[in-house]
Design a binder for this molecule. Structure first.
Ligand SMILES: Nc1ncnc2c1ncn2[C@@H]1O[C@H](COP(=O)(O)OP(=O)(O)O)[C@@H](O)[C@H]1O
Ligand SMILES: N[C@@H](CCC(=O)OP(=O)(O)O)C(=O)O
Length: 373
C-alpha cells in the first residue's frame, strides 16, 4: 500500500492556507485563487469528506484595506489590521462557498481556548456540531485578544492544534512552495523536494528555514506542526496551493508535496493521550447495564447508567468510571460539573434540560472522550 492512500481514505481534513499564498503579493486577497480552493473544497465536501479550514490573511487584507505598505511592527497595530482584514477574509470565503450552496462559519481561537479543558470541550462540541450540520468552519487566531507570549503567531501551529482537537486524520498545509525541500529554495536553488518523511524525524527541522515577507513561521513551523498533528495520529501534507486542483489531486493519491507520516492511527493516539496524560478528578459509579454497554458496545456514557458521583470535578475534567463492585472500567472527560451531575444521576438524557435548565451534551461522557481500562 502506498502511503499516499492515507489521503485517499481521508474522512476529516483540516486545510490550512497561509498568508504567503492568500495575498496578491501584499496587495489584498488573491480572490481568484480563493475561488479555486473553495471549488476544490466544495468538490471534497460533495464526496462526504468533512472539512475544516484554517485560513490566515487577516493582517495582509487589513494592511491592504488600511493602505499600509509594511506589516505593522507593534502588536496593537497588527491587531487593528487583523480586525479590519478578518472582515474581508470571511466575506471572500463566504461568497465563494455560497456559490456552491455551502454554509461557512467563522471561529476565532486563542491558545488559551485549547489549553483550558472546558473551553477545549466547548470548541470541540461547536466544531463537531457545525460539521454535523454540513457547515465548513473557517478558523483563524483571535488576534484581537492575544498578546505576544501566548499567540500562535503562525497558523501552522493553529492548524495542527485544530487537527488534534477534532481528531482529523489529515492536515493539509498549502503554501507558496511545493513542499519541504532539503534547504530553503529561496537561498539554495538546487535543493530537492522531500516526498515523504516520518513526522517526528528530528533531521527535518535542520532543513527547514523561516518564512517570507508575508508569512509568519516559514517551513520550520510546518515541520513542527506536522509533528504536533502526528500526536493525534494525523497525516500532514505540505504542498503548493498554486498547483492546479491540489486538494482534489492529493485526495486522489497523486504524489504531490511532502507527506509527513504519524506512527499512530488517530484512534490509538487519542486513547493513549486520554489514558496516560490526565489526572482524574472524580469517580462515577456505573450500574451493571452501563458497565455492559460501555465494555461490550463501546458506547458513550449516559447519566441514566450512573448511580453515584464523587469528587469536585468540572466539565472537561477526567473522571474514572467504576462498577458497583469498585472495579475500574474506564476513564473519560466528563461533560458536566460535579453539582450538575448530582442532579441528573440515574436520569435519562431527555430530562437533562428540565433538571438543569440547559443541556451541554446529551451524554455524560462522549465515546470519543472515553477510554476503557
Ligand atoms: N526547507 C524549506 N523548504 C521549502 N520552503 C522553505 C524551506 N525553508 C524555508 N522555506 C520558506 O518557507 C516559506 C513558506 O512559509 P511562510 O512564508 O510562513 O508561508 P505561509 O504563509 O504559507 O505559512 C517559503 O516561501 C520558503 O521560502
Ligand atoms: N492570524 C494572522 C497571522 C497568521 C499568519 O500569517 O500565519 P501563516 O500563514 O502561517 O504565516 C492573519 O490571519 O494574518
Amino acid at each position: 500500500m502506498s502511503q499516499r492512500d492515507r489521503l485517499v481514505r481521508a474522512k476529516r481534513i483540516v486545510v490550512k492556507i497561509g498568508s504567503a499564498l492568500l495575498t496578491n503579493d501584499g496587495a489584498g486577497l488573491d480572490l481568484p485563487s480563493i475561488a479555486g480552493w473553495v471549488d476544490q473544497m466544495a468538490a471534497l465536501h460533495q464526496q462526504g469528506i468533512e472539512l475544516i479550514l484554517v485560513s490566515s490573511g487577516s493582517v495582509a487584507e487589513g494592511m491592504s484595506r488600511l493602505g499600509l505598505r509594511e506589516r505593522p511592527s507593534t502588536l496593537h497595530e497588527l491587531q487593528a489590521a487583523a480586525a479590519v482584514g478578518q472582515m474581508g477574509l470571511v466575506q471572500a470565503y463566504e461568497s465563494q462557498f455560497m456559490r456552491h450552496g455551502i454554509q461557512a462559519a467563522q471561529i476565532l481561537l486563542t491558545h488559551d481556548d485549547l489549553s483550558d479543558r472546558k473551553r477545549y470541550l466547548n470548541a470541540r462540541s461547536t466544531v463537531k456540531s457545525l460539521l454535523e450540520l454540513n457547515v465548513i468552519p473557517i478558523i483563524n487566531e483571535n488576534d484581537t485578544v492575544v498578546t505576544d507570549e501566548i499567540r500562535f503567531g503562525d497558523n501552522d501551529t493553529l492548524g495542527a492544534l485544530v487537527a488534534n482537537l477534532m481528531e482529523a486524520d489529515t492536515l493539509m498545509i498549502l503554501t507558496d512552495q511545493e513542499g519541504l525541500f532539503t534547504a530553503d529554495p529561496r537561498s539554495v536553488p538546487d535543493a530537492t523536494l522531500i516526498s515523504e518523511a516520518w513526522a517526528d524525524d528530528p533531521e527535518l527541522a535542520g532543513m527547514a528555514g523561516d518564512g517570507g515577507r508575508l508569512g509568519r513561521g516559514g517551513m520550520i513551523t510546518k515541520v513542527r506542526a506536522a509533528s504536533l498533528a502526528a500526536r493525534s495520529g494525523a497525516t500532514t501534507l505540505v504542498a503548493s496551493g498554486r498547483q492546479p486542483d491540489i486538494l482534489v489531486r492529493a485526495v486522489k493519491g497523486e504524489a504531490l508535496g511532502t507527506l509527513f507520516l504519524p506512527k499512530d492511527t488517530p484512534w490509538a493516539a487519542r486513547k493513549r493521550w486520554l489514558a496516560g496524560h490526565l489526572q482524574t478528578r472524580g469517580t462515577l459509579m456505573l450500574d451493571d447495564g452501563a458497565v455492559r454497554v460501555l465494555t461490550e458496545k463501546n458506547t458513550s456514557l449516559l447519566s441514566v447508567g450512573v448511580k453515584q458521583a464523587t469528587g469536585r470535578f468540572r466539565r472537561g475534567d477526567m473522571v474514572q468510571c467504576v462498577s458497583e463492585q469498585g472495579v475500574l472500567i474506564a476513564k473519560g472527560l466528563v461533560n458536566y460539573d460535579h453539582d450538575d451531575v448530582q442532579k441528573i444521576l440515574g436520569q435519562p438524557s431527555h430530562k437533562i434540560e428540565a433538571l438543569l435548565g440547559y443541556i451541554a451534551d446529551p451524554e455524560l461522557i462522549n465515546r470519543d472522550n472515553l477510554v476503557l481500562v
